[in-house]
Structures are given as C-alpha cells and as structure tokens.
Design a protein around this ligand. Structure first.
Ligand code: CUA
Length: 146
C-alpha cells in the first residue's frame, strides 16, 4: 500500500472513530435520542392542552384523516411543552416547523416529544406521512406569544 493510500485509509478510520465518539457522547452525556413510542401512557381519544406549571404545558394530539383537531393552542414564549401524539385511524406525521419535533402518529401507540418555544410566532404543523386523499391539507398551527 502506498503512502497516500495509507493516509486516505487513516483519515477514513479516524473520521469514523470521531463520529462514533460524538454519537456516544450525545446519547449518554446529552441524552439525545430519537423519538419513539412510550408505553406508560395509554392511547387517548381527545385532544387536550393544559398547563402543568408556569411555562410548562402538556399537549395531547389525536391525528385524524385529515386534520389536527386540537384546540387553539397558544403558549407564552419560553414555554416547554410535552407533546403526546396518537392516531385515530392511519399513520400520520407530525412535524412542527422551526423545531426538532418530528413524530409519527401510529394507531394504538403514543409518541412523545418535548419542545421549548424560545421565540414568539406561528409554528406550522404538517403531516409528513402520506395518509390518504386529504394528506396535503393536513395542517395545524401552534401560536407562541410574547
Ligand atoms: Cu396525515 Cu398525511
């Protein structure tokens, strides 16, 4: 093997080691995890939003063909919101624009994400899983006020 080849192989292996170490660090040190289903909450049938403490909220969303029928959702800026998501019919998506919330609503299961809304404004929600003929109009919005 030539010197240049050894260099390329070493850089490749070194890059993989650095990436693997970063994944381990994020998963253990910062508890960064992919969203998944939770088992301690049973699937629910109603959309609700309620305040748990100052600037802490819980939002329960039931995705349905082809709308998010949650109540008008408005949070003060700086709020932390626990989102619980399920589906009444087929698999839907739930992506809140300008956040890292990107969940799948699967019938019979509950998905969970926590998000902090730092800035005031409108945060559109889109369904990103093809769920039938009305998929493209399945939208929602969260309003964050000062
Ligand atoms: Cu719901 Cu696509």
């Amino acid at each position: 093997m030539e010197r240049s080849e050894r260099t390329v192989v070493a850089v490749g292996i070194g890059t993989m080691v650095v990436f693997f170490a970063l994944v381990l660090l994020l998963a253990t040190g910062f508890r960064v995890d992919v969203p998944g289903c939770i088992t301690e909450v049973k699937p629910f049938e109603r959309d609700t939003v309620f305040q748990v403490a100052e600037k802490r909220y819980e939002l329960h969303v039931v995705a349905r063909m082809w709308a998010y029928q949650m109540p008008a959702v408005e949070f003060p800026a700086g709020s932390t919101v626990d989102i619980y998501l399920t589906s009444a019919d087929v698999i839907h998506g739930f992506h809140i624009d300008r956040t890292n919330v990107n969940l799948m609503a699967v019938p019979g299961t509950v998905a969970y994400a926590q998000v902090r809304f730092h800035e005031a404004g409108e945060y559109p929600i889109v369904c990103h899983e093809y769920c039938g003929i009305g998929h493209q109009q399945m939208l929602g919005v969260i309003r964050v006020v000062q």
